[in-house]
Design a protein around this ligand. Sequence first.
Ligand code: MN
Length: 142
Amino acid sequence: MLTPSLEDYLEEIYRLSLDPGFIRITDVAKRLDVSLPSVNKAVKILSEKGYLNYLPYRNINLTEKGKKTGQFLVYRNQMIQNFLQVIGSKADKVAEAEAIEHYLSRETINAITTVVKFFEENPAIQEKLIEYQKEKEGEELL
Ligand code: MN
């Protein structure tokens, strides 16, 4: 199990790994807007836990385990953003997904994915929901 913070590091390292070239500590620091020592510390723990290989002053290489988990973390983040879109949330979807992603069970992620896919495959029903939301707009719901 990874802490929310380590999940975010691994998620971002995986995103960086999709671009051609090397993954450097400085890239991770820039993308997450954190200090170099923070990245060093996180990378050391992720390396000890078998998610990546890293030697000081060298590039970062994800292991198979790191790739698999990283891919899941990126997918999970995207699914939650899509879900917030589907239910018509007017919140900052990127920020909200970033926060809640760490606290949902795998079961809930699966359920969210099914809802997202359902609306993708049934645009007419999505349209109905949007109309309903417009009707309710401005009403006190709670
Ligand atoms: Mn996050």
